[in-house]
Design a protein around this ligand. Structure first.
Ligand code: AGP
Length: 608
């Protein structure tokens, strides 16, 4: 997804912009550019591809100046070409704009601008903003930007510079994140926190409809009418090292290894001395919690799989019916939710456009919405009635790993809370399950301590084109997540099915060239899973199983066994996930793939 950095201060702006954009690379992008106010000129450099190409261009023709804006673009409107890369300029070449989001009415705006004599040179929605600012500019950039954003439908985070006001950036946002790092004699605008951490920990978070005038000495914020407003300030605890690779080859591998910590911290303080689950974030009285009789979960991708795990947990433990829907379907489905429904929106980034739209829809229908997210201050936290944070720390790899297992940890707590509040489960049982849950981080450590069996297995499957993932019960979403991980980082086709469903169609795909990965940990359907394994083996498939330590028999039915320590059946989701994450990672590495930034993917999908 696109990234924005803007700088005003005493340093060379291009250095700060390129450094900041590098910190946002994890968001995924296909072109990049910077515009620097330099000796009475607006110097714009743009390149297709990775930042290295832009850095080389800037090194070849240095741009000296201390005010500038930069951008990494993930194409939405128009192909990833240099002409479509940001920053975009107006007709005079004196105004430059970078933008994240989508201007939905850009076609009408383009027509209007063209009729008024403006010449647009790209296919983007963003360029209309530069020309609108040009048309409204009468010596005050902030006023021109305020007039411009009133004309925009859609979502935007914008940063704008003008040669006539060379020492300032005007920034504005609606439904796309934008923050300002407050430095000492310098200020940095950015779409995400890692871009400013090298300079400051004090961050101003712009809200929707706010416009900031940013100079080296200060920031003033107004609403769209120009009335001064007091913005929200945040102190950021993350250190820069937390956002770097910490000695691992890739962010993804580092993040896989950070899971014990992420789960531990997510569970911290969730049970009091009396065995009561603590979840004040629900913002509900005990009576209100006890009266919940329907749960609706909204999420996308990996978070959707966490939602499916939660369905099993909540239905089994709390006996409350749970529906799980992908957010992009929910918003257009005329969903049956009302003030009796608890809606849980799961989104690690807190910025996923479809999930946010679902949250708005659910609230319009009277439902109470609880968000589960990893990002403090993210959009979903402002739009929900309550927020349960996962404490996984920043996740840089595009493929979700530690945020997934942290989500499952948080959802375990939610399910136990509901079970306890409804009186379906007594304190003794809740306490026993929570204690077992608290041991899951050690279980994960034990799995990560010896990855040799996974390495051996991965080496044999680097050249396959297609694969099947099977499971039953809680193993179904884990198989789905295993398949998603494999396809997104290794580009091997992978499909997941409930194991019992396989003979209703997918079995036709089975050949010796299509390995079948089966979640076969101990549980009440274990014998059924073993039968399904035999069915695929009878058709020549090679089988990789995730099984429970001590299950020596399973080796007779599989080419490879990836063991995980024993745990209660419904707590096995996290342990069973780990070998599948590592298997995908190893296969992708052996295939030479960029695991941190897989092709075509973005870390947070802030457009529909
Ligand atoms: C995960 O590996 C994927 N990249 C993707 O499916 C992701 O989980 C999805 O886009 C949802 O993101 P969110 O949790 O930030 O809402």
């Amino acid at each position: 997804m696109c990234g924005i950095v803007g700088y005003v201060g005493p340093r060379q702006a291009s250095d700060v912009l390129l450094g900041g954009l590098a910190r946002l690379e994890y968001r995924g992008y296909d072109s990049a550019g910077v515009a620097v106010v330099s000796n009475g000129e607006l110097d714009v450099t743009r390149r297709v591809g990775k930042l290295a190409a832009l850095s080389a261009a800037v090194a070849e023709t240095p741009v000296l100046g201390s005010t500038g804006i930069g951008h990494t673009r993930w194409a939405t409107h128009g192909r990833p070409t240099e002409a479509n890369a940001h920053p975009h300029v107006d007709c005079t070449g004196r105004i430059a704009v970078v933008h994240n989001g989508i201007i939905e009415n850009y076609m009408q705006l383009r027509e209007e601008l063209a009729q008024n004599g403006h010449v647009l040179r790209s296919e983007t929605d963003t360029e209309t903003v530069a020309h609108l600012v040009e048309s409204y500019y009468q010596g005050d950039l902030a006023t021109a930007v305020r007039k411009t954003i009133k004309r925009l439908d859609g979502a935007y985070a914008l940063s704008v510079v003008h040669l006539d006001e060379p020492n300032l950036i005007v920034a504005a946002r609606k439904e796309s994140p934008l923050i300002i790092g407050i430095g000492d004699g310098e200020n940095i605008v950015a779409s995400d926190i890692p871009a400013v951490l090298e300079y400051t920990r004090e961050v101003l978070a712009l809200s929707d409809g706010q416009v900031a005038t940013v100079t080296a000495s200060g920031v003033s914020v107004t609403d769209m009418e120009g009335n001064p407003v007091t913005p929200e300030m945040l102190h950021i605890d993350w250190d820069l090292a937390a956002a770097e690779k910490g000695g691992f080859e890739d962010f993804m591998l580092k993040e896989i290894h950070e899971q014990p910590k992420a789960i531990r911290e997510t569970l911290l303080g969730r049970m009091d001395a009396k065995g009561q689950i603590q979840l004040s974030e629900l913002q509900m009285t005990p009576e209100q919690v006890a009266s919940i009789d329907r749960v609706f979960i909204l999420a996308c991708g990996t978070s959707f799989h966490a939602g499916l795990v939660a369905k099993t947990l909540i239905e089994t433990w709390a006996r409350i019916p749970v529906e799980v829907q992908t957010s992009s379907e929910f918003r257009y489905s005329d969903p049956i939710v009302d003030d009796e429904t608890l809606v849980v929106a799961i989104t690690q980034s807190g910025e996923t456009a479809d999930t946010l739209a679902g949250v708005r829809e659910a609230r319009l229908r009277g439902a109470k919405v609880i968000a589960i997210t990893n990002v403090v201050g993210s959009r979903v936290t402002r739009e929900s009635d309550g927020v349960i944070y996962t404490h996984a720390g920043p996740e840089i790899g595009v493929a979700a790993t530690k945020t997934f297992t942290a989500q499952i940890a948080a959802l375990n707590v939610l399910a136990l809370k509901l079970a306890q509040a409804k009186g379906v489960m007594g304190t003794e049982r809740v306490t026993a399950l929570f204690e077992e849950l608290s041991r899951i981080p050690e279980t994960v450590e034990a799995i990560l301590a010896d990855l040799s069996a996974i390495d051996e297995c991965a080496a044999e499957y680097t050249d396959v084109c297609s694969s099947l993932f099977l499971g039953r019960g809680i193993g179904v979403p884990i198989a789905m997540e295993g398949a998603l991980k494999l396809k997104e980082i290794s580009y091997i086709h992978a499909e997941a099915y409930p194991a019992g469903e396989m003979k209703h169609g997918p079995i036709a795909l089975i050949t010796p060239q299509v390995p079948v990965v089966v979640v076969a940990t101990q549980g009440h359907t274990y014998e059924k899973v073993v039968s399904n394994i035999q069915e695929v083996r009878a058709r020549g498939a090679e089988v990789i199983v995730v099984a429970t330590h001590g299950d020596d028999e399973i080796g007779r039915h599989a080419e490879h066994v990836l063991y995980v320590p024993a745990t209660a059946e419904l707590l096995s989701a996290i342990p069973a996930t780990i070998p599948l994450q590592v298997l995908s990672y190893r296969i992708a590495k052996l295939r030479g793939c960029n695991v941190d930034q897989p092709r075509n993917l973005a870390k947070s999908v802030t457009v529909e």
